[in-house]
Design a protein around this ligand. Structure first.
Ligand code: TRP
Length: 458
């Protein structure tokens, strides 16, 4: 009788419906502006291939274990991040704090992320016109400056993006998130392959390939390693409950370690493709790879304008960047939406609208960071930079450390084995032992040292 009730209750909970849907949605969360905006500019400013190697190591030793742990816990509890941690932890232990930090991180990340997405959406239309189609970086720089320093434009584009994301979330997990990801992810891969191939065929492209693949280790400092670890958390959407929430929508027969590995590899592949679409062209036309956050908006239009058929490729490029941002934002907002509706017994519609309203307030601080609020600084940073810095360098790594400790020491090996083998159906005992070893002794210490050193605590 009880079993039947549970089955009925289980069925009524929204979730991903197919194996491909799981992969598309999870990858949709991982792939985003982190790959196409952050990864290229950070690789550019931190010296190229050396940074890439540190990043890949961080992904393997820290990113992958935390991601598997999060998805496992989420699927076990089949609830929002707060409820998951509350039910899985022994009575009285406040591990739910991780989810509270996670909800805060979701708002802070979305605040600046939605603004970068806003610029990308605006650029899709700008690229169709002619205002940014020039190979003079001074002109593209002025066009970008004009966009971000106009408070009204910044706010309106951000609101448009937020309304779009909220609209998709209102449709639910299977009909909204999963359906959209299944359509957009294949398109993203296709477009990125086309743009990458175009860039690689340019005369002089090899210098850009060399920049991406020939390491110079002299550029690697503690700060650079922290940036790489922060980027690994950011790109894999871990450390704040996103993957836990998506894990709760996984099917019981899904092979979690295999799916996670696939997502990680595909995410890395997309970053490499973005790097291969951008750096060969940057070098071929003599631009500066270390331009920083504006690389995508100032350098890239000038680069595309310099190549044959560049106008068309520029529209395609910004369109695919916009696509990638959508899946990531859906997953970011799903965390507060599910926690609010689960915790306060609110309908999904109400929780989405409440989240959206809160975000309009927090987000406008970032939208106006280059105009009306440019003078408002905390620790010498605008709200935009502050939210970016605090989330990638503090909140996500800290959440990661706590998740490692919880899974490694409190949840433990036996339950991990049972959960990851799908109650014994899969034979992955050795992998579980390695995972728990990493989660207990290696990942948390590594994150802690890197975090403290990078923040110059010692
Ligand atoms: N991973 C996404 C990107 O690369 C951003 C993102 C989505 C994210 N969900 C997250 C980052 C959760 C940190 C935490 O663009």
């Amino acid at each position: 009788m009880n079993k039947n009730k549970a089955a009925v209750a289980g069925k009524s909970r929204d979730g991903f419906t197919s194996s491909f849907g799981v992969l598309a949605a999870t990858l949709g969360s991982a792939v985003g502006l982190g790959n196409i905006w952050k990864f290229p500019y950070l690789t550019g400013t931190n010296g190229g291939a050396g940074f890439l190697i540190v990043y890949v190591l961080a992904t393997l030793v820290v990113g992958l274990p935390v991601m598997i742990a999060e998805i496992m816990l989420g699927r076990k509890a089949k609830a929002d991040a707060f409820t998951t941690l509350k039910t899985l932890a022994p009575a009285g232990q406040p591990w739910w704090v991780i989810s509270v930090m996670g909800v805060a991180a979701a708002f802070l990340i979305m605040a600046f992320y939605s603004e970068v997405a806003a610029w990308v959406f605006a650029y899709v239309f700008k690229a169709m016109g002619s205002s940014i189609v020039t190979h003079d970086p001074k002109v593209t720089s002025a066009a970008f400056g004009q966009l971000i320093s106009d408070p009204l434009q910044s706010l309106l584009w951000q609101w448009l993006v937020l309304a779009l994301i909220a609209g998709i979330l209102l449709m639910g997990v299977a009909k909204g998130i999963e359906a959209v990801a299944k359509k957009l992810m294949p398109l993203l891969f296709l477009l990125l392959l086309v743009v990458g191939a175009r860039s690689l065929m340019l005369p002089g492209a090899s210098a850009g390939v060399g920049f991406l693949f020939h390491p110079d280790f002299s550029k690697i400092s503690a700060g650079v390693v922290l940036t790489a670890v922060g980027l690994a958390f950011f790109k894999l959407s871990i450390g704040m409950g996103t993957m836990m929430t998506y894990g709760s929508y996984f099917r019981d027969d899904q092979n979690i370690p295999a799916t996670t590995l696939r997502v990680m590899c595909a995410d890395l592949f997309v970053s490499m493709l973005a790097g291969l679409a951008i750096f060969p062209a940057v070098f071929a036309f003599g631009f500066e790879p270390a331009a920083g956050p504006s690389l995508l908006f100032i350098t890239i239009p000038a680069v595309f304008a310099s190549m044959p058929l560049g106008h068309l490729f520029m529209v395609v490029f910004f369109f695919l960047t916009a696509i990638s941002a959508v899946g990531a934002m859906l997953s970011l907002l799903e965390v507060p939406v599910s926690v609010i509706s689960g915790r306060f017994h609110m309908s999904r519609v109400k929780a989405t609208i409440l989240t959206l309203l809160l975000l309009l307030v927090v987000g406008s601080g970032c939208a106006l960071s280059n105009s009306s609020m440019a003078g408002f600084k905390v620790f010498g940073m605008t709200l935009f930079d502050l939210f970016d810095f605090c989330t990638s360098n503090v909140l996500l790594p800290l959440g990661g450390i706590l998740l490692c400790i919880f899974t490694g020491w409190v949840w433990g090996l036996d339950r991990t084995r049972l959960a990851l083998s799908n109650q014994g159906a899969l034979n992955n005992q050795g992998l579980c032992r390695l995972l728990v070893f990493l989660l207990r002794y290696v990942s948390p210490l590594l994150i802690l040292v890197v975090m403290l050193k990078g923040l110059k605590v010692f």
